[in-house]
Ligand binder design. Structure first.
Ligand code: SAH
Length: 292
């Protein structure tokens, strides 16, 4: 739902009134900056420098204080962007705030969780600004899948067990969306699936993958708040993934990783004596296909 036009204009006016009066005549610029998954140590040097020199930072709601704390004391920090189930600043208003600040000669940072170009609308924002002649720089960030994998010691690709990695969003919002998805191409234990925004739709995702032929014994893990102090995770086979995510009862963002590679994480072994050892199973499959 878009914000009413007058409300958007009023908000931009309020923000402008708070800016210093002696602004430069030089055109400003916008940097789309990846904040990584939460641990400030995972910022790039480019990101840290952009934050340290920004005049205005438009940040996602979930960026932790340890990262926002890098901003100069004079910098203006505005929380924008959406968060599931909560009121948020409209995308159009975010775009217009970036444009307005940049036209005033300010150094604008649009700070996003993870990487700006992975489920972050970075492409849309960059295109919108470029169409209006505003210089845009993109500074990548560590995407959630990589932060979470490092935290768990889970190699996302691994010789003999995982040949590819897919970053996907949990396409199960409507029946039409679920049916439009090519689940067969994802139902491969040798492809590590990193499922973003899936906390509330994981039952549908797991069911669709199993129906498309993915073994119910495929290893999986759900991670809440990866790389942050409150990080929690649970391992499960695909058949128990949905109930495991329910038990996790997460309130923060959750990333789900599915595939044989998950069994390589040290936490998987010994969790449950009944589990099928997934990596030997993957080897057998590859050998049967003549790949070893
Ligand atoms: N641009 C971001 C993704 C934004 S979509 C990136 O590259 O990581 C938001 C989704 O990302 C969440 O629903 C969750 O699935 C995932 N996510 C982001 N940060 C996370 C974290 N610290 N731990 C677990 N999942 C996370």
């Amino acid at each position: 739902m878009g914000m009413p036009e007058e409300a958007a204009v009023a908000r931009i006016g309020e923000e402008l009134a708070l800016l210093p009066a002696d602004l430069s005549e030089e055109p400003g610029s916008v940097a789309l900056v990846g904040a990584g998954p939460g641990d400030p140590g995972l910022l790039t040097l480019h990101a840290a420098r952009a934050l340290e020199s920004a005049d205005v930072i438009l940040h996602d709601a979930l960026v932790p204080d340890g990262i926002l704390g890098l901003a100069r004391r004079e910098a203006r920090l505005l929380s924008v962007g959406k968060r599931a189930g909560r009121a948020s600043v409209d995308q159009d208003l975010t775009n217009r705030l970036m444009e307005t600040f940049a036209r005033r000669g300010l150094r604008v940072v649009r700070l996003k969780g993870g990487d700006p170009f992975v489920f972050g609308r970075g492409g849309e924002e960059a295109a919108w600004l470029r169409e209006r002649g505003i210089a845009v720089r993109v500074i990548p960030g560590i995407t959630a899948a990589m932060g979470v994998a490092a935290e768990l010691g889970l190699p996302l690709t691994h010789r003999g067990a995982a040949r590819s990695l897919r970053l996907v969003t949990a396409s199960c919002r409507t029946r039409a969306e679920t049916e439009a998805m090519d689940w067969r191409s994802m139902a491969d234990p040798g492809t590590t699936l990193a499922i973003y925004m899936g906390r509330d739709r994981i039952a549908c995702v797991a069911e669709a993958l199993a129906a498309a032929g993915l073994s119910p014994a495929t290893p999986a893990v759900a991670v809440e708040n990866g790389t942050q102090p409150g990080s929690r995770h649970r391992f499960a086979e695909l058949r128990r993934l949905a109930s495991t995510v329910r038990e996790l009862d997460a309130s923060a963002p959750v990333l789900v990783v599915i595939g044989d590679a998950v069994a390589l994480a040290p936490g998987w072994r010994g969790r449950d004596g009944l589990l099928e050892p997934a990596v030997p199973a993957a080897r057998e499959r590859l050998c049967a296909a003549g790949a070893c």
